[in-house]
Design a protein around this ligand. Structure first.
Ligand SMILES: Cc1cc2nc3c(=O)[nH]c(=O)nc-3n(C[C@H](O)[C@H](O)[C@H](O)COP(=O)(O)OP(=O)(O)OC[C@H]3O[C@@H](n4cnc5c(N)ncnc54)[C@H](O)[C@@H]3O)c2cc1C
Length: 708
């Protein structure tokens, strides 16, 4: 705990101890307050402003320090100042006092509590971030929940102080009114217990739950409106129909079959979708061959004589197809049929919230629908581009001859992976990126490291270049007002992917899209029709196979068990990797994002060049960079650049998911000599920076004393 915090804790403890030691509690009994009524009223008549201000300050102090007595002071306010002024004074004083208590709890305890219980608190934090005002309002209106407990507990959450202030002001108004009003009759009240009748408590409860009830009602009305023009069938043939058999659709169907529902999976093209046929699988197979070529070329680095790899590009591309064929059975109709999924081939079209038509012929009725229609490469409207045969991640796998000069448009993960692979096969690659750096989602030094590696391998990396026009076999770019011309034989476009949202019923059903043109869903992955869900690339916001599969679990479970049980899709720990050489893997925040979002952080970096195994493997490019919350070892995010970074990052994914701090990573045995040791050494860098210097000085003295 920092010195400032310790000082505040000590002062608070002193104030509370002094209060009780001086017998302060005797002033906060009903009898005492009643007995003092006449005296205080006398002061008020003699000196109204001073009495009101003094009362106000005392109220703020009592509530700010979470001392008992707020309810009694509220009664007294009614007795002295009357209903109107009593309510005004107490309302503001109690809110200011509550906010002070909230801020004190936040300052003293929040970091420690959040760090200690980060795993358990993750869900609560998300709930508070989203609907904290609702929760607070409800709590404020339930008289059974003590005032001071709400202040202190809310201070430990991410709720904004301003939100806390105004919601408290509103939420406490009804209770304040009741107590101040009772106080106007203080002389006649025998005990404060009688003030709140059961009927009044019931009314408060109803008022407290009003915002939540209102939210459910609004959602219900919206759904009714969406369904209004459709006739719901009395019975359904199926529990679930899934559109698209890519990563999202396959996992959705698999889960539905595993819980014994009747599920149909419809695919118009190839089972496995993009990942198997045109995405992750072929790209990783291609990258592996390219890496082997690069390693053979580096034979001298490994103590071998100069070797020159001999290969035929067509054979490499055939191997890519062989890999797809080998994995294909995992995603096949046969496998999924055996698992209990009905697999149908054809183009699906949603014709009502409960019916799906296949190829305009067969119509299936279903209780729920999951849209898992994926995405496709985006080809920007650059003049002249339509006149050339553009390569994309869809058709690049059909190439059998290596382009001599290849332009790769786009510096994102797909563009980078393919640019490096083709350069290693021998294409003269020019990578064109509009932004100032490639891999722009990563930290600048990561982009720089990869760009340098690319340039060392002969790739011309043109960042800050905007593609303006294609004229024959020339790409014309603009850079700082100047024209740059790049000659090419083939042009590969990898500037992003757009969701498939047209032509299968979304327009007719009026299902809205987001600003990034993905299907709009709520946190349960429901569209405006609560029985129609979307997941995977078509829903976004993350376009990865593992996220598609992750969302699929929520979509299918919610589709099958809602309204009895439903789960919010959890995006708290999102990892990804770019499989360049070296690989770039990330989970959680990087430095750039932490700065953008104003999140306080500390950085610990361990360079791969220091790692024994990386040196032995001639793989010293890269680092492990970990962001932690200041004053603790909680991991906010990690970026790893290096050989097998995509595998190494798993340790930090686990750490973030399960609230494991760097101290515990450091205390875990890692096998020597492995690349995974880099994770532990990064934790060691953090530990060294946080070594208790004062204690070490004492220990040094102890050793000197021991030596005699
Ligand atoms: C080159 C490349 C490399 C990649 N590498 C990685 C990687 O290393 N790691 C990673 O995590 N992700 C990677 N991705 C991303 C990953 O491939 C996608 O995130 C993932 O495939 C999304 O799965 P999906 O199920 O949402 O969509 P898709 O796999 O696109 O599946 C959608 C399916 O729906 C079908 N469909 C669409 N409309 C209809 C209809 N009306 N009726 C019937 N069927 C329909 C389509 O034919 C398709 O098969 C890569 C992508 C590319 C292009």
């Amino acid at each position: 705990m920092s010195r400032a915090r310790l000082l505040v804790v000590a002062l608070l403890a002193l104030a509370v101890v002094a209060f009780f030691a001086a017998g302060g509690q005797r002033y906060f009994t009903f009898e005492y307050v009643k007995g003092q009524q006449a005296a205080v009223q006398g002061w008020y008549h003699a000196n109204p402003w001073r009495t009101a201000l003094g009362f106000f300050a005392l109220y703020v102090a009592v509530t700010g320090l979470s001392l008992p007595g707020a309810a009694l002071m509220t009664l007294l306010a009614g007795a002295i100042f009357g209903l109107l002024w009593g309510t005004v004074i107490v309302s503001f004083a109690s809110t200011i006092g509550a906010t002070l208590a909230f801020l004190l709890s936040r300052f003293v305890l929040r970091d420690w509590v959040q760090q200690r219980f980060q795993g358990q608190l993750a869900g609560i934090n998300r709930g508070v971030e989203k609907e904290g005002a609702f929760y607070l309002f409800t709590l404020r209106l339930i008289p059974a929940v003590p005032f001071f407990a709400i202040n202190l507990a809310m201070g430990l959450t991410p709720l904004r102080a301003w939100t806390f202030f105004w919601v408290s002001q509103l939420g406490m108004l009804a209770g304040t009114l009741v107590y101040v009003n009772a106080g106007t009759q203080l002389a006649r009240i025998e005990s404060p217990r009688g003030i709140l009748s059961w009927q009044l408590i019931g009314a408060f409860l109803l008022l407290g739950f009003f915002p939540l009830i209102a939210k459910w009602v609004i959602e219900g009305v919206k759904a009714r409106k969406a369904y209004a023009r459709w006739k719901r069938p009395a019975k359904f043939d199926r529990n679930l129909v899934v559109i698209g058999a890519g990563s999202a659709g396959l996992v959705s169907a698999y889960i539905a079959a595993a819980v014994r529902s009747k599920v149909t999976l419809i695919e118009k093209h190839r089972m496995g979708g993009d990942c198997l046929n045109t995405g992750c699988v072929p790209s990783k197979a291609l990258l592996r061959s390219a890496k082997l070529i690069s390693q053979i070329r580096r034979s001298r680095d490994y103590g071998l004589r100069e070797l020159n790899p001999e290969f035929d590009f067509a054979e490499v591309m055939e191997r890519v197809q062989r890999v797809i064929k080998t994995i294909e059975p995992h995603d096949s109709v046969e496998r999924y049929t055996a698992l209990g999924v009905e697999c149908l081939r054809g183009e699906a079209r949603i014709t009502s919230p409960w019916t799906v038509e296949i190829d305009g012929k067969t119509t299936l009725s279903t209780r729920a629908i999951i849209i898992a229609a994926g995405a496709r490469p985006f080809v920007p409207p650059i003049p002249g581009l339509e006149k050339v045969e553009v390569l994309t991640s869809d058709n690049v796998w059909d190439l059998r001859s290596l382009p001599r000069r290849l332009v790769v448009l786009g510096g994102g993960p797909i563009g980078c992976e393919l640019a490096q692979a083709f350069a290693r096969f021998g294409s003269q690659v020019t990578q064109v990126e509009m932004l100032p750096r490639i891999l722009s989602r990563e930290d600048p030094e990561v982009s720089e490291l990869i760009a340098k590696k690319f340039m060392a391998e002969g790739i011309a990396v043109l960042t800050g270049h905007k593609a303006k026009q294609v004229a024959g076999s020339t790409l014309i770019c603009e850079r700082g007002g100047e024209e740059v011309r790049v000659e090419f034989d083939r042009l590969l476009c990898a500037v992003g992917r757009v969701a498939n949202t047209a032509g299968y019923g979304l327009e007719e059903l009026g299902i809205p899209l987001t600003r990034s043109r993905t299907v709009e869903t709520n946190e349960y992955l429901q569209t405006i029709y609560p029985n129609i869900y979307a997941c995977g690339d078509v829903a976004g916001p993350y376009q990865f196979t593992h996220i598609a599969a992750h969302q699929a679990w929520f979509a299918s479970v919610n589709a099958l068990f809602s309204p009895f049980r439903k789960f919010r899709a959890d995006y708290s720990v999102i990892p990804w990797a770019t499989f360049t050489d070296p690989e770039v893997a990330r989970v959680g925040l990087n430095e750039t994002e932490a700065k953008e979002r104003g999140v306080a952080y500390e950085v610990s970096v361990f360079e791969m060049a220091e790692l024994d195994r990386a040196i032995a493997d001639e793989a010293v490019h890269g680092m492990v960079k970990v962001l932690t919350a200041p004053g603790g070892d909680r991991v906010l995010g990690a970026t790893i650049v290096g050989e097998h970074a995509g595998d190494l990052i798993v340790e930090y994914i686990g750490a973030m998911k399960h609230g494991i701090g760097l101290n515990r990573i450091l205390g875990t045995i890692h096998v020597y000599p492995t690349l995974a040791e880099a994770n532990k050494y990064a934790a060691g860098v953090w530990k060294k920076a946080h070594a208790p210097q004062g204690l070490l000085r004492q220990v040094e003295r102890f050793h000197a004393w021991m030596r005699g």
